[in-house]
Write a protein that binds this ligand. Sequence first.
Ligand code: GCV
Length: 692
Amino acid sequence: MRAGSKILGALALLLAGAAHAEDGYRLWLRAAVATPAAATITLRGDTRTLALARHELAASLPAGANVTLATSADPAVAALKLPFAPLGDEGYLIRPVTLNGQPTVLVAGNSDRGALYGAFALLRHLATGGTLATATLTSAPKVKLRVLNHWDNLDETVERGYAGDSLWDWWTLLDRIDPRYTDYARANASIGINGTVLNNVNAKADSLTPRYIAKAAALADVFRPWGIKVYLSARFSAPIELGGLKTADPRDRQVAAWWKAKADEIYRAIPDFGGFLVKANSEGQPGPRDYGASHADGANMLAAAVKPHGGIVMWRAFVYADTDPSDRAKQAYTEFKPLDGTFADNVLVQVKNGAIDFQPREPFHPLFGAMPKTPLMMEFQITKEYLGFATHLAYLGPLFQETLASATGRGKETVATVVDGSSEGHRLTGMAGVANIGRDRDWSGSTFNQANWYVFGRMAWDPTLTAEPIAREWAQQTFGTDARVVDTAVTMMMGSREAVVDYTGPLGLAHLMATGHHYGPGPWVDDLKRPEWNPAYYHKADRQGIGFDRTKSGSDAIAQYASPIAKRLADPGTTPERELLWFHHVAWDRKMPSGRTLWEDLVAHYDRGVAYVGNMRSQWDGVRTLVDTERWQKTATYLAVQEREARWWRDASLTYWMSLNGRPLPASVAAPEHDLTWYKAVRFNYVPGHHD
Ligand code: GCV
């Protein structure tokens, strides 16, 4: 090759690199320094995990830094007599020490995983304005299992996935290990996530065949040094489908033996396999109730199969049946509360944050606090099924915080203290997040969606952390420390989820979306075969009023909460305004604390939501020259989509409410763009994340 074309070739490579340089692939892990290897990093110990930690530090520590990575087992480190005991298996400490006569910053844990988390914590500290001189940090996770749930199908589609196809290329797996698997594990480790359920809870039995176990094992091998365990969603009827048995009844000996053999087989391939996640007797999935057995019978049978290997079972409480005519919001509690105390000690019951289904706002699930003898695992949804998919900007930190900080009404207990086990002294604890990760170059469909993955990890590590500081540290690592950008991003983020609540379902309204794909408004839908699939079931609006009466005069769902909470919710006057229509059917002309009627307040909320998105657009315009073009432009484009769709939600909803209540809009409020027939006629096919 001639010199000229060599230079051109190099330039082309450089440009290709530049074209990808700011596409979001690097997530929040962007603080690499220009001259790596200028720092002195001493490794005391020889494990792959410690080597990875060194690699992370080497790429980002400033010149002249002197850092030592170690575990407490190292004799020289042990001699320092530092407070390692409270760190448990995964905690870390970072502090300036003198080792072998040399001053150094020690990053250490009781395990190499602790040291790896410490390395990432040090990098976070530096990327958010800290210095090595001020690097004295100690932290241990409050929750043991910090797990992503991938609703990824074996055909590589993702249920409710809005960031492209599944990250797992199941077809080529084993032969080809995509480097993204490592990058995924690294990103998770940087925020403390230590487990991943690879396949959809609407599971196929094929995941448990030798062919797919081998593929899962290949992923487990990639994830292991990053401290991440692999779990699988188990299809309850697999003994029939794969084993040729006549039943999957958990009380049947042959069924139990089949699962035991299957567990043994999995552990031969994946010695540190985490265990099973199960969706049973919910939305058409098979389960123990098909045989008259209970959820505990099912969970305990699987738990016995994985127990000898140290595995666990995460059994979901997301159940509702069309045969139960009562309030859907009551069903999980009704079915699970009586089972408290009957689950094996390696079972966690995994409960969604609210009693319906990941709505933009739901009161906390009444099961939290109601099953003291059972470890309850929180399930949040990171992917935004009901919050505008990947295109709307909605930071979920405030949603997670609101749920976790909710007082259950039992002494000082909060949802967070139930989840972290401190309420009842449970040691097996967990938090799950339904992942928003796909094959899109920026992983989550947009830069700001990455913040939801990030905040999930940080709050799973410590459920008492709050949304705003996490938004700030994420923005600093994602966009750099220019205060103008960081302040703008944080301001936009902090009110963004409330804006979605405002323009889709304010004052406690919920489940008003169009059918199936859940994209866009459909509050008028009332003809689906199962009553609780219809938005009309949830809002109960008529000429006089709107809202679901869950008091004694209605479904009495409030009785599922502890008495101080139930008492407060019994009266619309003492019910938090944001949950008013969740718990009460209220007259359109009820006087609200604002001095306006309910109808006027409702309209004001819709307008506030739309206006918030307009404001986010102007704020983002203001940092145009301070953010790289690619990420700025994609965000700006999506904000424009969001504003258009927020208006659509507002207009369609108001048009429909007016068709019921016959009321005019308050003076000077903009009229909807179209009539109700127009909104009802809007149809969408091929919506992402929806697979029939
Ligand atoms: C995986 C909702 C979603 C479903 C999801 C289900 C669940 O109903 O719309 O896609 O199925 O929740 O959490 O099991």
